[in-house]
Design a protein around this ligand. Structure first.
Ligand SMILES: [Zn+2]
Ligand SMILES: [Zn+2]
Length: 383
């Protein structure tokens, strides 16, 4: 490695302040960074030289040694030498020093100028999509409308008018972040000149004002599969906010909420329906007609002696299973036996006659319940 004077290399005078050393290095390093000068051996050599100079001058101990002994301070093994003639040999080694100072981001695979050029991905969006249970049963294509930032058609997202190209931000050197020293801490913050974009647009697109995006209303159709359940979300690829400077679009997530139904409640793929049944029909048995989720109806047999709370099953009259194309849930009729009201005198008369004909077998539940109550009372008395 060269033995050029470190101060000369950075274009500063001996005794320059810490900040001036940093500033000088920043300027030179930006100019000669290998990423900026691909396949340029001379630039790479220069980058190594200035980085080594900075490596020494930015370190208090090394700087003091250098100031006193010059290059001999680092000759290694020499008297008075510090022996830190570093093994740096490639520009890549110095890129780490460079990144340390500038907040990283130069060089491949790292955040920064190169990654920045490929843009920032747009945000994902959430859309609350209310559907009916019938729609969840059939599946639908739901048209939705929302406004978001889309790629500007005037500049195709570049932010620049016509063919003009953005220029690198000098303040942050295209990295988008700047660092400053405060006591022991190094504070890294977004460059306020370019707002972290690393580039400045010289000739702003008139349509978007240089943002590369415009706020537009978007109309799309969301495919809701049959059998979808409340609370699920459907991802629509690339329909979120547009990226910045060529970054990918975010996605749109349609969150499904299913409105309560007049008749039906749902548990997974099964549907429940509370149906009032006439007392006489529930007593003697018969058939009733019930609505079904497909918009038609079904007939179901009510066995003699059906009670309130009994469940009658209609096979495969429920919802499609969400993850299975050919399975369907069942429908359950929850019986609610209706006690007759608004009776005429004749009806009352008939029911009294009916009651006279009844025996203990007609109402076994009442019979057994009151037997239990009796024994409960006698137990209390005997205690
Ligand atoms: Zn534009
Ligand atoms: Zn900047």
């Amino acid at each position: 490695m060269s033995k050029k004077d470190y101060y000369e290399l950075l274009g500063i005078s001996k005794g320059a302040a810490e900040d001036d050393i940093k500033k000088a290095y920043r300027k030179m390093a930006m100019k000669y960074h290998p990423d900026r000068n691909p396949d340029d051996k001379a630039a790479e050599e220069k980058f190594k030289e200035i980085s080594q100079a900075y490596e020494v001058l930015s370190n208090k101990e090394k700087k003091a040694a250098y100031d006193q002994y010059g290059h001999d301070a680092f000759s290694g093994g020499g008297n008075g030498g510090f022996g830190f003639d570093q093994g740096f040999s490639s520009a890549a080694d110095f890129t780490d020093i460079f990144n340390d100072i500038f907040g990283g981001g130069f060089g491949q695979g790292k955040r920064g100028a190169k990654a920045r050029a490929s843009g920032v991905r747009g945000s994902d969006l959430r859309y609350d999509l209310k559907i009916t249970l019938e729609e969840a049963f059939k599946g639908i294509n739901a048209p939705i409308r929302y406004s978001t930032n889309v790629k500007c058609k005037g500049c195709n997202g570049s932010g620049s008018e016509g063919a003009t190209k953005p220029v690198q931000c000098n303040t942050c050197g295209g990295v988008g972040r700047v660092r400053s020293q405060q006591g022991f801490f190094t504070i890294e913050r977004t460059c306020h000149i370019c707002n972290g974009e690393g580039e400045l647009i010289q000739n702003k697109c008139k349509k978007c004002g240089g943002h590369g995006r415009t706020r537009e209303e978007v109309n799309i159709s969301v495919t809701v599969p049959k059998g979808i359940e409340d609370g699920y979300s459907i991802r629509v690829n690339g329909k979120g906010e547009a990226g910045v400077r060529g970054g990918g679009n975010g996605d749109l997530y349609a969150y499904i909420s299913i409105a309560p139904h007049k008749f039906f409640t749902r548990k997974g793929a099964d549907i429940y329906c509370k149906v009032p049944v006439r007392m006489i029909l529930a007593t003697l048995g018969g058939e009733i007609k019930v609505p079904t989720i497909n918009g038609t109806h079904a007939k179901i047999k009510v066995p003699a002696g059906t009670q309130t709370g009994d469940k009658l099953r209609l096979k495969e009259k429920g919802m499609p299973h969400m993850n299975s194309t050919n399975r369907t849930g069942d429908m359950y009729i929850q019986v609610n036996v209706e006690t007759p009201v608004n009776l005429t005198d004749k009806q009352k008369e008939l029911l009294k006659k009916f009651e006279d004909e009844c025996n203990n077998n007609s109402s076994p539940q009442c019979e057994s319940f009151f037997k239990k109550v009796k024994s409960f009372w006698s137990d209390i008395r005997s205690n």
